[in-house]
Design a protein around this ligand. Structure first.
Ligand code: T4K
Length: 384
């Protein structure tokens, strides 16, 4: 086995333990544990500042953040989303009694195809949820144009994109609202957590109320709210992780460069690149197998796991192939040719602060060796 301890795709990035302990001491002293305590307020201010948005409303996780944003925007009927995303994007709509209509992706970017989105608009469509997949920006300008033209709401699932930029601007300001996940496996985590960010004052106010059962004061409720609150201990984790964000970026970047160098002259795969922005989280290291190597994807992943390298096939096979969507919309795949192709080719590789560039070189070397060996087997088979 190449690694005695498993190498994970999402092993958490964690900041300074002593600083965290100090904040936990404060939580114990004040006995303020939840319900928009001082650490939550501070974290929300810092995040809004970091992203350059007017409002950050923290949440207990990204999925509830999506549900609340969807509800607060008043979406109805059908909402267009990519199928090639984590299933929470679709589930958030389904849980709100809406129909996710699955659009295809651009095979180059893995993000929504504008042509596909256009082709799926019906009189029942009320909105579009773009996803910044792998943290790479969705085609925001094109989606805005479509939304304006058809009078649709537009929001973004930015679960992967905390700390990333789009054309020199931090991701977080597009559409009516953007939703982040601060789950343990994300670039920036609060154990579990998430946030809705927006520049719309009225929307932010509605989302804050919905997060806390709809209470406007001690006794009066004005919305059918839910409980979406982030606890203080999670905010403490967020504050210490925010202080270490540059170190997380440097680490991920070095890992990404190590993979890039190791795969540079290998044409059996392509390492997805990130746009040349001043900032980026480099959290998802994604390779797409090419040519004959594609048919060996599952075997490669199994062999990586056998070496304690827990590579992932995110987001295979696409939401439309998962229940309840597979049963509800059995023909959805007809609109998703690129999703099918890409989902069969992708392997996501370990990175994060418990992985270093030397580990990445070993992982890449193993992948190259295996892909070369499958190719040789194929040549041998063909000559029999
Ligand atoms: N939208 C998008 C586009 C998303 O990707 C997500 C979440 C959401 C919305 C919803 O946000 P949240 O409601 O989750 O905040 C993981 C995460 O649970 C999920 O947050 C994430 N996307 C998704 C892409 O990945 P799994 O089922 O793959 O996680 P799991 O348990 O296999 O963990 C991944 C790896 O990380 C494993 O190899 C083990 C390692 N790990 C994990 C945890 C939790 C650790 O080493 N330590 C840990 O504490 O879903």
């Amino acid at each position: 086995m190449l690694f005695s301890e498993p190498l994970h795709v999402g092993k958490p990035n964690v900041g300074d333990r002593q600083q965290f302990d100090l904040l936990v001491d404060r939580i114990f002293e004040t006995r303020w544990l939840s319900n928009s305590g001082p650490l939550v307020v501070e974290l929300e201010e810092r995040i809004a500042d970091y992203l350059g948005v007017r409002h950050c409303v923290s949440m207990c996780n990204g999925t509830v953040a999506l549900e609340i944003a969807i509800r607060a925007l008043g979406l109805t009927g059908e909402v267009i989303v990519p199928s090639y995303t984590f299933v929470a994007t679709a589930h958030a709509l389904h849980w709100q009694g809406l129909t996710p209509v699955f659009a295809d992706i651009d095979p180059e970017t893995h993000n929504l195809s504008l042509d596909s989105v256009r082709s799926l608009i019906t009189p029942k469509t009320s909105g579009i949820i773009g996803v910044h997949l792998w943290g790479r920006p969705a085609p925001v300008a094109g989606l805005e144009e479509i939304a304006t033209e058809h009078n649709l709401e537009l929001m973004f699932d930015a679960a992967h994109a905390f700390g990333n930029m789009d054309s020199g601007r931090m991701i977080g300001s597009s559409g009516r609202a953007e939703v982040f996940s601060f789950h343990a496996t994300k670039f920036f985590n609060t154990f579990e957590g998430g946030a809705v960010v927006t520049n719309d004052d009225a929307l932010a106010e509605r989302i804050r109320l919905m997060r806390n059962f709809g209470f406007v004061d001690f006794d009066e409720v004005v919305y059918p709210g839910t409980n979406g609150k982030l606890p203080e201990v999670s905010a403490a984790m967020g504050l210490v992780n925010l202080a270490s964000i540059d170190a997380f970026i440097a680490n991920n970047r070095a890992n990404y460069e190590a993979y890039r160098e190791a795969f540079a002259d290998d044409d059996s795969l392509e390492l997805l690149s990130f746009a040349d922005e001043p900032r980026g989280n480099y959290q998802y290291v994604v390779v797409e197998l090419a040519g004959e190597a594609v048919q060996h994807r599952d075997r490669l992943v199994a062999e990586l796991h056998a070496e304690n390298i827990r590579a992932r096939k995110y987001f295979w096979p696409g939401c439309h192939q998962m229940e309840p969507y597979k049963g509800l919309y059995p023909n959805a795949g007809e609109n998703l040719p690129n999703t099918a192709v890409v989902a069969d080719r992708v392997v996501v590789l370990p990175t994060g602060s418990s992985v270093d560039p030397a580990d990445c070189a070993v992982v890449a070397g193993f992948i190259r060796e295996r892909l070369a060996s499958y190719a040789l087997d194929q040549v041998a088979d063909a000559s029999v």
